[in-house]
Design a protein around this ligand. Structure first.
Ligand SMILES: Cc1cc2nc3c(=O)[nH]c(=O)nc-3n(C[C@H](O)[C@H](O)[C@H](O)COP(=O)(O)OP(=O)(O)OC[C@H]3O[C@@H](n4cnc5c(N)ncnc54)[C@H](O)[C@@H]3O)c2cc1C
Length: 312
């Protein structure tokens, strides 16, 4: 960490938006991760652009963070700059059947705004604990709905600080991917188009989906949701359960008893515990069913060879 760099960030953003040596376990739903050298909370595209310019001048890597709900950060942390787009950049406005939101808005807040305006089509996303930015990148989805069904356009910043507005047909969204991900764009915001609906029916659907989540998912433990992607023709959780791994534990990390698709932080797990567990699960499922499970969770920081887990 370098005091001159801190000064530059302080001058750009104000001290209250700049942290040094910030433990990432505070910013991930896994509650795992060592310190990030610099942790910044910009609240405008201009500030984001300024941060990226400083990173280039100082040859510092940077990473865009939303709510950290699909992320495993290394025990050593991150030797670079975290740019968090969350509450600091999360305005939402509704006009007719259209919702405009900044990248840091939580999906639950957008779902609630949609419900209040009697707009239907976003109920599926209300229980996904991520930000709009993270959800666009990953084309987050649940219960038959996906972000791709509701996005009208997305505003992004390119690596050169250029701002582009991409209409839905240019987003190339697929299972947990999008052009935003493949091109490494930063999401600034999006326009969501919904339909007029019946508020009581929307409320009922949201309640039903919440009950399903609470009934099936180990929400009482920290996790990053589904640990592995759904392999073509299978369900990761079922394969893991059929491999006899329900409750399998490595250090503080465990294959959840309630839902084998989730690895949970059962008892002060380290990132290394999670990686070792994921590798064991991958090996056993491959051995028994010939299926290679690919991590859905993103990895940040230095993991060495991650016990041979293929992380990108
Ligand atoms: C209990 C639980 C349940 C879950 N259920 C679901 C589910 O049903 N469906 C589902 O799809 N996911 C689910 N998830 C996973 C997760 O919530 C989603 O992937 C979510 O979209 C991640 O958003 P985030 O803001 O937390 O992103 P982060 O975890 O902060 O980041 C994830 C990735 O997105 C990138 N990113 C984040 N914000 C931006 C931005 N503004 N611009 C560019 N890149 C950005 C990051 O760099 C990183 O690569 C669940 C997670 C948990 C913990």
């Amino acid at each position: 960490m370098n005091q001159n760099v801190i000064e530059k960030f302080n001058n750009l953003l104000g001290e209250e938006k700049v942290k040094a040596d910030e433990p990432m376990k505070r910013h991930t739903t896994f509650r795992i991760g060592g310190p990030a050298d610099y942790f910044l909370m910009p609240s405008s595209p201009k500030e984001v652009k300024g941060i990226i310019e400083i990173c280039k001048e100082e040859s510092l890597p940077y990473f865009i963070l939303g709510n950290g709900s699909n992320l495993l950060v290394s025990d050593e942390g991150y030797r670079g700059v975290i740019i968090q787009l969350y509450r600091n950049y999360g305005d939402i406005s509704v006009e007719g059947n259209v919702i405009r939101a900044n990248a840091g808005a939580l999906l639950s807040q957008i779902a609630s705004a949609a419900k209040n305006a009697s707009l239907t089509g976003f109920e599926f996303a209300g229980g996904i604990p991520g930000t709009l930015g993270g959800a666009v990148v990953m084309n987050a989805g649940a219960y038959g709905g996906e972000m791709k069904d509701v996005l009208k356009e997305v505003t992004v910043m390119t690596g050169n600080g250029e701002i582009l507005t991409l209409p839905a047909e240019k987003l190339e969204m697929g299972y947990r991917t999008s052009v935003v991900k493949t091109n490494g764009y930063l999401v600034l915001g999006a326009v969501i188009e919904l339909e007029k609906g019946d508020q009581e029916a929307i409320k009922t659907r949201m309640k039903e989906l919440t009950e399903q989540r609470v009934g099936k998912q180990p929400l009482e433990f920290p996790s990053a949701g589904s640990t592995f992607k759904r392999p073509e023709g299978y369900f990761a959780g079922k394969l893991i359960m059929d491999a006899g791994l329900r409750g399998y534990q490595t250090g503080g990390a465990q294959v959840a008893e309630k839902h084998c698709g989730f690895v949970i932080n059962k008892d002060n797990a380290t990132a290394a515990d999670v990686c070792r567990l994921m590798k064991d699960v991958q090996d056993k499922v491959k051995e028994q069913f010939g299926v290679t499970l690919e991590p859905e969770v993103k990895f940040l920081g230095n993991f060495g060879d991650a016990f041979g887990l293929n992380i990108k």
